[in-house]
Design a protein around this ligand. Structure first.
Ligand SMILES: [Zn+2]
Length: 383
C-alpha cells in the first residue's frame, strides 16, 4: 500500500530561505514549461512537422539553457525544476483525458509553495531529512511507516513547512485490530457530519461557520492595506494562518470519524455522492466543502485497507433516502426534498428519520454486496 506521512519540519532561518528558494524555482520552471508548451503546441498545430511538446522534451530544453539563462536554479536541488515539469506533464495528461481543467500558471503565493524530491535525492535519518545542497533539516516527528520511500513533497502552509513522505509499506501493525461490530451504513449529511445505521449521529466540526466572521474581518482588513506594504504582508500572514487552522480542524474531525469507523466495523456501506453536482448548489456548497466528502472517502478507503475492512460504495442511483427500509416493505417514494427530515411510509406506516433510514439501506446494500461477492446465496435483487 502506498501511503504518505506529512511531517512538520523545523528548519532554521537559513534552511527556510533555501526551501522557499527551491519552491520558487519549482514554480518558475512550471510556468516556464507551461508557456513553452503553449507556444510549441500552437506551432505544431500550424505545422505538423514541428515537434509536439512533452514533459521530457521540455525538461531537456530547460537543462540545456538553465546554466546560461537561469544560473540561480543551480543553487537548489535539480529535482525542484525537473519534478515541476513532470507534474505539468501529468496535469496535461489529466486535461487531455477530460479529468481536469487546462493547466494554469502558478501564482506567487507564500502559502502554497512546494517542490518535490525523488527518493534518490533525499534520505531520512531518524528525526531528520537530508536534502541536497542543504543538509539535515529537523523533523517534528519520525516517519510512521517502514518500507520503500518513493518521494517527498516539501510544502508551506502559512508560515510552517512540511514534508509529505510517500512510502510503499506493508507495515500496518501500529493499528489496533478491528473490533468487528459487523456491518454499518454511513450517510454523509449536511446537518450532521455523518449518521450511522446504529442510530449514532456524529456532529463533526464545522470550522468554517464558527470562524467565518473572523475570516471576513481579516479579509476586510487585508483589502484596506496598501499593496506591497509591510502591513499588508502581515495581514496576509494572519489570514493564511487562519485558513490553515480551519483546514486542520476539519481534517482532525474527519480523521477521528474514519478511524472510529474502521476500528469498529468490518464492512462499511457508503453512498457515492455526486458531490460535484451538489457543490453547484450555492446553498449546500459551503456545508459540503466544510465536511470534505472526498477526503472522507479517501481516508475511509485507505484505513479500511490497512485493517482489512471493506468499504462498499453504493451505486450513484441507489435511492438510500427514498426507500423504506422496513423488512419486507422496500417501498420507494417519488420525491424527497432535502428539507424533509422525517417521513412516513404510505405502505407499512413506518416513521423514518431521513438519515437513519438511508444508513439502514446502505447497511443492507453492503451486506448483500459482500455476500454476493463471496459467491453467496440467492439474494433478492437490489432496488
Ligand atoms: Zn414501508
Amino acid at each position: 500500500m502506498i501511503i504518505s506521512h506529512k511531517i512538520r519540519l523545523a528548519p532554521n532561518n537559513q534552511q527556510a530561505t533555501y526551501l522557499a528558494k527551491a519552491a520558487g524555482t519549482a514554480r518558475f520552471a512550471y510556468n516556464w514549461a507551461l508557456a513553452e508548451w503553449q507556444t510549441q503546441y500552437a506551432a505544431w498545430q500550424d505545422d505538423n512537422t514541428q515537434p509536439k511538446p512533452n514533459q521530457m522534451s521540455l525538461r531537456r530544453q530547460l537543462n540545456a539553457i538553465k546554466r546560461e539563462q537561469f544560473p540561480w536554479m543551480l543553487e537548489v536541488t535539480k529535482n525542484a525544476p525537473q519534478m515541476a515539469i513532470i507534474q505539468l506533464g501529468a496535469a496535461f495528461k489529466n486535461f487531455f483525458a477530460g479529468r481536469a481543467q487546462y493547466p494554469r500558471f502558478k501564482k506567487k503565493s507564500k502559502s502554497r509553495d512546494s517542490f518535490t524530491l525523488t527518493n534518490d535525492q533525499f534520505s531520512i535519518d531518524a528525526c531528520r531529512i537530508r536534502i541536497p545542497n542543504l543538509g539535515l533539516v529537523r523533523m517534528r516527528e519520525t516517519l510512521r511507516f517502514s518500507g520503500k520511500i518513493l518521494s517527498a513533497t516539501v510544502s508551506r502552509t502559512a508560515d510552517q513547512w512540511f514534508a509529505s513522505i510517500t512510502v510503499d509499506t506493508q507495515d500496518y501493525h501500529h493499528l489496533p485490530p478491528t473490533e468487528n461490530q459487523g456491518t454499518v451504513g454511513v450517510d454523509l449529511g449536511v446537518s450532521a457530519l455523518a449518521t450511522l445505521s446504529t442510530g449514532e449521529k456524529v456532529a463533526g466540526a464545522k470550522p468554517h461557520k464558527a470562524l467565518l466572521s473572523r475570516l471576513r474581518r481579516l479579509s476586510r482588513r487585508l483589502s484596506r492595506k496598501i499593496k506591497g506594504s509591510a502591513n499588508r504582508h502581515k495581514a496576509q500572514q494572519k489570514l493564511a494562518k487562519l485558513h490553515a487552522r480551519i483546514a486542520n480542524i476539519r481534517q482532525d474531525s474527519l480523521h477521528q470519524l474514519t478511524t472510529d469507523l474502521t476500528r469498529r466495523f468490518h464492512t462499511i456501506g457508503i453512498e457515492d455522492l455526486n458531490v460535484s453536482g451538489m457543490v453547484k448548489n450555492r446553498h449546500l456548497s459551503r456545508a459540503i466543502s466544510d465536511m470534505g466528502f472526498f477526503e472522507f472517502r479517501r481516508q475511509l478507503e485507505y484505513k479500511a485497507g490497512m485493517r482489512g475492512a471493506v468499504v462498499v460504495v453504493a451505486d450513484r442511483f441507489f435511492a438510500s433516502s427514498k426507500t423504506c427500509f422496513a423488512p419486507g416493505c422496500g417501498y420507494k417514494v417519488d420525491k424527497l426534498p432535502l428539507s424533509i427530515r422525517e417521513w412516513t411510509c404510505p405502505v407499512c406506516g413506518a416513521v423514518h428519520d431521513r438519515d437513519i433510514n438511508a444508513t439502514k439501506n446502505l447497511e443492507g446494500y453492503a451486506v448483500s454486496y459482500t455476500v454476493s461477492a463471496c459467491g453467496g446465496c440467492d439474494l433478492m435483487p437490489l432496488k
